[in-house]
Design a protein around this ligand. Structure first.
Ligand code: FEO
Length: 163
């Protein structure tokens, strides 16, 4: 069993993961409209991953006998200046998610809730990977600045993502 406060905090995180999914789907659509099919594919895969994150938290609540409480999801932004602007936003967003996961862990530590601390290890590692991937893409896009050919190749590289 976990505390009511912990369950509430995880429910808030479920909403944030679904918001993340919405954000990446909005980015995918904007990328597609701008002709960046590779980036759109990358972002749709990320959309799927974010839903999996939400479901992972939901399953944890259910396994702990707590109730999943879904709330309205905020509308994301729909337009970005270019791919670099978009991926700078992905990194900024993931840094926020990392801070939220850390807050959950801080609460779990304060409550001596070892099960939740253990569950969060997966998310802590996932955030290291997500921030690293976003940073790599930002560097690639910065190096492509001013060259349409390089940007084309960067988009193709993004399209190679499989999961
Ligand atoms: Fe669910 Fe991108 O962290």
């Amino acid at each position: 069993m976990i505390s009511e406060k912990m369950a509430q905090a995880i429910n808030t995180q479920i909403n944030r993961e679904f918001y993340s999914a919405f954000l990446y789907l909005a980015m995918a659509s904007d990328a597609m409209n701008k002709g960046f099919k590779g980036a759109a594919k990358w972002l749709r895969i990320q959309f799927n991953e974010e839903q999996e994150h939400a479901l992972k938290f939901a399953k944890y609540l259910e396994d702990q006998g707590a109730k999943v409480e879904l709330a309205a999801i905020a509308a994301p932004k729909t337009e970005w200046k270019d791919l670099l602007d978009m991926f700078q936003d992905t990194l900024a967003h993931e840094k926020k998610v990392t801070a939220w996961i850390n807050e959950l862990n801080t609460l779990a530590i304060a409550e001596k809730d070892y099960a939740t601390q253990n569950m969060l290890v997966w998310f802590i590692n996932e955030q290291i990977e997500e921030e690293g991937n976003d940073q790599d893409i930002i560097w690639m896009l910065e190096m492509s600045a001013g060259s349409k050919g390089a940007l084309f190749m960067a988009d193709r590289t993004l399209g190679k993502r499989e999961g």
